[in-house]
Design a protein around this ligand. Structure first.
Ligand code: CTP
Ligand code: MG
Length: 242
């Protein structure tokens, strides 16, 4: 494993902080412990995620944000990371991470702990795009299902289709999402802002968001089905892509 801040591997001349929000409870997963502390064949999701970030070799600083009562446990699991307590909403946790990262990082990535198998190449593409001048960058994948827009649910709970959406113009967006420090600060300046991702907050401030190629391995563990898929991949990893 590469050390955080290894000068040979950190992108030349740019300091990159990676903030890992891991303070959610994992309600949809339904495990007895918060999602980041669920086991993946002997290591927690959090440990696998941080190891992936460190192996990507882009980070000068790694900040992990966990539930307040699990800060000490997380410090034991990921001793090379800065560990701080999160908040009620994902955006609150990201803000706690931004504060803990300090002002040293010119580029900040926000990467969900719930995407522990994200390949190094995705980190590389995101950092390269921010370095090339994009203030906000997201990895995204084309959508393969046919997508229908429905009417707001009726009182009876029935769903009626109003349109078929042009999926060629849609991307399923993943993390890490990359920002110049200024862009991420601007996105989170309005502390009432709630969104399921940080780029969504940036968009609301008028910051242009650039898409680079995501990867199916960056899938998010949300449901028991996702956990089953990720455990299967950890047990039998696919060959590395050249
Ligand atoms: N997260 C966080 N702080 C919160 C809520 C979420 O740091 N208050 C993190 C989660 O730990 C996860 C990421 O944000 O790594 C994406 O959130 P999600 O997949 O929704 O995880 P949970 O909120 O834990 O799951 P659920 O919504 O099912 O409760
Ligand atoms: Mg959530």
């Amino acid at each position: 494993m590469t050390a955080i801040g290894d000068p040979d591997t950190v992108a030349a001349g740019v300091t990159v902080g990676v903030i890992i929000p891991a303070a959610g409870s994992g309600t949809r997963l339904g495990e007895p412990v918060p999602k980041a502390f669920v086991d993946l064949h002997g290591r927690t999701i959090l440990e696998v995620c941080v190891a992936g970030v460190v192996d990507a070799g882009v980070a000068t600083t790694v900040v992990v944000v966990v539930p307040a009562d699990l800060v000490e446990r997380a410090r034991g699991l990921v001793p090379d990371a800065i560990v701080v307590a999160g908040g009620a909403h994902r955006s609150d946790s990201v803000r706690a991470g931004i504060d803990a990262a300090g002002s040293a990082s010119e580029v900040l990535l926000v990467h969900d702990a719930a995407r522990p198998l994200t390949p190094s190449a995705v980190f590389g593409r995101v950092v390269a795009a921010v370095r090339s001048g994009h203030p906000a960058v997201v990895p995204g994948l084309p959508v393969t299902d046919t997508l229908k827009q429905i009417e707001p649910r009726s009182a009876a709970g029935s769903e009626r289709v109003v349109a078929t959406v042009d999926r060629d113009l849609l991307r399923a967006v993943q993390t890490p999402q990359g920002f110049t420090r200024d862009a991420l600060l601007a996105a989170h300046a309005d502390t009432s802002g709630l969104a399921t991702d940080d780029a969504g907050l940036a968009e609301r401030c008028g910051i242009p968001v650039h898409v680079v190629a995501g990867d199916p391995l960056a899938l998010k563990i949300t449901t028991p089905w996702d956990l089953r898929i990720v455990r299967d991949i950890v047990a039998e990893p696919p060959p590395p892509v050249e």
